[in-house]
Design a protein around this ligand. Structure first.
Ligand code: SAM
Ligand code: SF4
Length: 321
């Protein structure tokens, strides 16, 4: 459906949990999160009902995220149920990859279309440092598992952090040479744990073009994709630059979000939330109206990076990145 500005909204990002098996320094507090009452979180059936209600309104793409979506035990069942929704063209998942060796084949069989894996460094020691204890080998095995069972095209999402991984840009770019892998460099956003990080850590990802001069621009396959795309000459995969801060892509925004505790969000950077739990549990109102309300409330653009803009109240792991 169209929002108030005529943008076509056909995509919902769904956070299935706010818990995680890692503690990335820019995302999660070291001690983890305060565990919520079970009843505050949506059940699998409730998540399914919200996504199902989106179908007649023209939403045909869903991405499951978190926290870490693969720590939710019923994730394969959810994908299987969603795959029966004939209007749904795309069921994608964003993960840190740690549990993919265990789940990739089952997810593919259940109907998952593709997967994005977050990886900020190719160095084991640095990986342990940024994730506060994660093992790089688990993610690398996860990437292989996703490739083996055909969860393609595979995308690797790398958040650029000044002084941490800007020296690895060309190593990440090289991953696209021999494999059909897209590496996407994402600008660190001043939200959540990173809200008061030193400004030197926030680097525009155009630095990628300065560091790897051979990259050539190519057409975006979808107008709504936030990534500007490039290729190495002869490379099989692509390099994407996602600049939520330095070049807003709000004009092409096509999505709404659902949090694990049942709030529809019109925009990642807005504090506005529409609670669907009273609809699901007490029959107060309709899901259709709530989804339309979220779509119509989408702001023209966010104010991130502008003078006086306050960070949003929810951390990234509680919204779903
Ligand atoms: N746990 C899964 C993962 O890491 O892929 C899914 C959830 S995580 C919140 C989704 C994405 O958000 C990850 O790629 C992560 O790097 C990114 N992210 C978290 N905090 C961020 C921030 N402050 N700025 C930019 N990206 C961030
Ligand atoms: Fe967990 Fe993903 Fe946040 Fe890292 S970025 S702490 S893996 S939710």
């Amino acid at each position: 459906m169209k929002d108030m500005l005529g943008r076509n909204i056909n995509y919902i990002r769904v956070s299935v949990t706010d818990r995680c098996n890692l503690r990335c320094r820019y995302c999660m507090p070291e001690q983890g999160i305060k565990k919520k009452e079970h009843c505050e979180m949506l059940t699998l059936e409730e998540i399914y009902q919200v996504i199902e209600a989106c179908m007649p309104l023209g939403i045909d793409k869903v991405r499951l995220t978190g926290g870490e979506p693969l720590i939710r035990r019923d994730i394969v069942q959810l994908v299987e149920k969603l795959s029966k929704l004939t209007q749904l063209k795309d069921i994608a998942l964003t993960t840190n990859g740690m549990l993919l060796p265990e789940y990739a084949a089952a997810l593919k069989k259940a109907g998952l279309t593709r997967v994005n894996i977050s990886l900020d460094t190719l160095n084991g020691e640095k990986y342990k440092e940024i994730t506060r204890g994660g093992d790089l080998q688990d993610v690398l095995k996860g990437i292989e598992a996703a490739k083996e069972c055909g969860l393609m095209p595979l995308k690797i999402n790398t958040v650029l952090i000044g002084g941490f991984n800007d020296d690895e840009i060309s190593d990440f770019v090289k991953l696209t040479l021999n494999d059909n892998i897209d590496v996407r460099f994402i600008e660190l956003m001043p939200i959540g744990q990173a809200a008061d990080w030193n400004t030197s850590k926030f680097i525009p990802n155009t630095i990628v073009l300065d560091r790897v001069k051979e990259l050539v621009p190519i057409e975006r396959s979808e107008a709504s994709s936030p990534a500007m795309l490039y290729k190495l000459p002869g490379g099989k995969g692509r390099v994407g630059l996602i600049n939520p801060v330095s070049h807003k892509f709000c004009g092409d925004c096509n999505r709404i979000r659902l949090t694990a505790d049942g709030k529809l969000k019109p925009c990642l950077h807005s504090n506005q939330e529409i609670d669907v739990k009273p609809i699901l549990r007490d029959n107060i109102g309709s899901l259709e109206d709530a989804i339309k309300e979220a779509v119509y409330a989408k702001p023209q653009q966010h104010g991130l990076g502008e003078e006086g803009c306050k960070p949003i109240e929810r951390d990234m792991y509680r919204i779903g990145g």
